[in-house]
Each structure stands twice: as C-alpha cells, then as structure tokens.
Design a protein around this ligand. Structure first.
Ligand code: HEM
Ligand SMILES: *[C@@H]1O[C@H](CO)[C@@H](O)[C@H](O)[C@H]1NC(C)=O
Ligand SMILES: *[C@@H]1O[C@H](CO)[C@@H](O)[C@H](O)[C@H]1NC(C)=O
Ligand SMILES: *[C@@H]1O[C@H](CO)[C@@H](O)[C@H](O)[C@H]1NC(C)=O
Ligand SMILES: *[C@@H]1O[C@H](CO)[C@@H](O)[C@H](O)[C@H]1NC(C)=O
Ligand SMILES: *[C@@H]1O[C@H](CO)[C@@H](O)[C@H](O)[C@H]1NC(C)=O
Ligand SMILES: CC(=O)N[C@H]1CO[C@H](CO)[C@@H](O)[C@@H]1O
Length: 325
C-alpha cells in the first residue's frame, strides 16, 4: 500500500517537475551576463550596427529566426544547428527564407573572443531580434537572458510546430495557446510582419487556386490580388514581395492598416480580423496611432522568449552556433 502510494506520489511530483510551464522562463533575467561578460550586449549591438548599416534587409530574417527558434523545441538555438543528415530544422520547408546564419556566427565569434564559452546562441538570437526591431525604428525593450543551448534539431519538429501561412484563426490561437501565448500576443507578434519580405509561394493559393478550382480568395481585396498576380506568376517559387509595401524596413502599424483594407498577405494575417480580441487590438492601434504597439511588442517578445528555455545547468553553451560542442 505504502509502496504504491510512494510510487504514485513520486510520479505526481515528477510530472510536475517534468512538465515545463512553457512561457514561464524560470532562470531568465535582464542582465544575466552582467558578471561573467559585462559587455555581452554591447558586443552584439556593435556587430549588428555594422551588419544593419550594410544590409538592413537582414532585419526581417533575423527577427523571424528568433520566432522560429522559440516555436520549435523552445528558444534553445536549435534552429542554428547544421544538418548532419539533412533532417535538421534548417532543412524544413518553412525555413525557406531564413537567412542571416552567417551574421549569428559573426556575433558569436566576437563574443567568444572576449568571453569564451559564456554567451549562449539562443540568447544571441533574442538580442539580435531586439536589435532588428530597434534598427527598423521599433521601440527598445530589455531582453531577458540566461538561456542555454539545446543539442537536438529535427525537421519534423519544425513541420509540426511552425504554423503555416494558410492557418485560420482557430489554428493560430491553438498553436499560440499551446506555447503559453494568448490572442493579444498573436495580434501583437503578427505585427512583426511590418518588416520583411515573403516568397510568392507563401500566399499564391490566395491568388490562383484558393479552393482547388483556380479561384482567388474572396477575403482579399480584388485590386490587391491583381497587383500581386502581376508580381507573382503561377507556381513562382523565387520572387520576393514586400509584406508591408512602402514601409518594409520601418517598424510601424501600416501592417495593421493593410489588414483592415483586406490586404493582409497571408490567410493568417487576414484571420486576425475574424476574432474580437485580435480585431479590437488592431482597430485600437489604428485609432491611437500605434500608441502602445511599440511597448506591447517588447512585452510579447519577452514572453515568447521564455518558451521552453533551458536554464541553470541544462543544455550547453555552444562554442560555434552551428554545431554541438
Ligand atoms: C502567427 C503566425 C505566423 C505565420 C503563419 C507566419 C508566416 C510567415 C511567412 C509564411 C513568412 C514568409 C516566408 C517566406 O515566404 O519567405 C513570414 C515572414 C516573416 N515573419 Fe512571420 N509568421 C507568423 C508569425 C510571426 C512572428 C510571431 C514573427 C516575429 C515576431 C514573424 C516575423 C516575420 C518576419 C520578420 C518575416 C519576414 C522575413 C524576411 O524578411 O525574410 N512572423 N512569416
Ligand atoms: C539523423 O536523423 C535522425 C532522424 O531521422 C536523427 O534522429 C539522428 O539524430 C540524425 N543523426 C545525426 C548524426 O544527426
Ligand atoms: C494576454 O496576456 C497578457 C499578459 O501577458 C495580458 O496583459 C493580456 O490581457 C492577455 N490577453 C488576453 C486576451 O487574455
Ligand atoms: C488547384 O488545386 C487543385 C486541388 O488541390 C489541384 O488538383 C490543381 O492541380 C491545382 N491547379 C493548379 C493550376 O495548380
Ligand atoms: C485550372 O487551370 C489549369 C491551368 O491554367 C487548367 O489546366 C485547369 O483545367 C483549370 N481547372 C479548372 C477546374 O478550371
Ligand atoms: C474570416 O471571415 C470571413 C467572413 O466570414 C471569411 O470569408 C474568411 O474565410 C475568414 N478568414 C479566415 C482566415 O478564417
Ligand atoms: C538556410 C537553410 O538551411 N535552408 C534550407 C531550407 O530547407 C531547404 C529544403 O526544404 C534546403 O534546401 C535549404 O538549404
């Protein structure tokens, strides 16, 4: 009897320990590197200033990289691991436009020079994403650090956890909720689409074959469809279009105004009008000129940055971000 009780009890305790509170981020804090590497963030900022001066167009891919890292196995730098047998997250189709891996290597090299083996690759992604927001005119926010790096990267995890651009609201919210994010976070973080570009193939279903009958998506503005069709021929896999035309490198609320004009690029963008929470958020920002968007974005990014993190003595601090130690 008592054995059974002990076993059951043990099991309950174990379950509590093992099931991570996904968006809690225990062990993270602002300024984690203050003692072991006091200039860590300045070193990252320094490299990123140079990079963005040369190529501000990397701001989109680098912001997106942190998002993809966090949504797959948690923010553990697994997105950065090179593929040994073509089965890593990097090899997954949703990685299509991920670029800027070389930039992360450059930042890592600068950090290793001054503080060998101290700053994790997952933290580098979080800081770089913030710097991308600031470089495009978004509001500064403090990044929590203290993440450690994972050692596993699987294509199938990326396929199963990254939401496709064809997602409707129900799909989006269930994906976000599973990671401890809510409808407000969804509306706010989707605002990341205010910068960057997309391949035609990510939305061409809406232009050419929405329900399999060579039809267009009736929820997209007709004039916008015509304009996009002139850029994206059928089956185009390579052309890039601006997601927020005219302000593709400016972190503003124009993305929200496009959605209200039925000019959201993806089904997942347009879907934000189909729920009262996300719709009210968008309308409120448009009404008040984006008064809180900059601040809200930082809050939701910090929340996203806590998903499934490894802290304390878990994981490793990789020496090179693209391979395990
Ligand atoms: C809500 C679910 C989301 C979906 C379905 C989604 C989907 C996509 C897709 C399909 C692309 C274009 C990829 C390509 O074809 O090149 C893209 C680009 C982008 N996404 Fe998202 N995304 C989502 C959320 C987010 C979040 C949370 C962020 C960051 C906070 C983000 C930031 C970006 C950025 C910056 C780009 C532009 C990348 C570039 O310039 O190369 N997205 N997204
Ligand atoms: C090769 O791929 C399998 C998944 O099919 C994975 O479990 C394994 O760890 C990979 N091998 C290496 C050396 O990465
Ligand atoms: C989402 O969570 C934030 C706190 O992280 C909270 O301020 C906000 O009201 C929540 N939104 C909804 C719709 O519950
Ligand atoms: C449109 O979609 C249908 C159903 O998925 C498919 O059979 C058809 O080949 C597609 N047409 C084109 C032109 O891609
Ligand atoms: C759709 O378009 C393709 C190519 O343009 C054509 O071959 C096919 O017959 C069309 N299907 C329908 C159902 O109209
Ligand atoms: C949003 O609602 C409109 C109108 O009911 C509908 O046509 C559209 O398919 C919905 N979009 C999504 C992505 O759920
Ligand atoms: C940057 C990167 O690793 N891209 C890969 C994304 O996945 C495709 C296959 O789907 C690879 O061909 C790319 O090399």
């Amino acid at each position: 009897m008592s054995m059974t009780f002990a076993k059951v009890f043990c099991f309950l305790v174990l379950v509590q320990v093992l099931v991570p509170n996904l968006a809690e981020g225990q062990g993270l804090k602002v300024g984690f590197y203050a003692k072991p590497c006091p200039n860590a963030e300045e070193i990252v900022n320094g490299v990123m200033k140079t990079v963005f001066k040369e190529a501000l167009s990397l701001s989109g891919p680098l912001l997106r990289m942190h998002f993809h890292d966090c949504f797959v196995r948690g923010c553990d730098g697994s997105i950065l691991l090179n593929s040994v047998n073509k089965t890593a997250e990097k090899d997954s189709p949703p990685n299509l436009s991920l670029r800027g891996f070389g930039v992360i290597d450059r930042v890592k090299a600068a950090l290793e020079k001054q503080c060998p083996g101290v700053v994790s690759c997952s933290d580098i992604l979080a800081i770089v994403a913030r710097d991308a927001v600031v470089a495009t005119g978004g509001q500064f926010y403090n990044v929590e650090t203290g993440r450690r790096d994972g050692s596993v990267s699987l294509l199938t995890d990326a396929l199963n956890n990254l939401l496709p651009p064809t997602s409707d609201f129900a799909t989006l919210i269930s994906g976000f909720t599973a990671l401890g994010l809510n409808a407000t976070d969804l509306a706010v973080l989707s605002g990341g689409h205010t910068i960057g570009t997309s391949h035609c193939s990510s939305f061409s279903d809406r232009l050419y074959n929405f329900t399999g009958k060579n039809d267009t998506d009736p929820s997209m503005d007709k004039n916008y469809i015509a304009r996009l069709k002139s850029r994206c021929k059928i089956n185009d896999q390579t052309t890039l279009v601006e997601m927020d035309p005219g302000s593709v490198r400016t972190f503003d609320i124009k993305y929200y105004s496009l959605i209200t004009k039925r000019r959201g690029l993806f089904t997942s963008d347009q879907a934000l009008l189909n729920n009262t929470v996300t719709k009210s958020y968008i309308n409120a920002q448009l009404k008040n000129g984006g008064a809180t968007f900059g601040h809200d974005f930082g809050v939701s990014m910090v929340k996203m940055g806590r998903i499934g993190v490894l802290t304390g003595s878990s994981g490793q601090i990789r020496k090179f971000c693209y391979k395990n130690n």
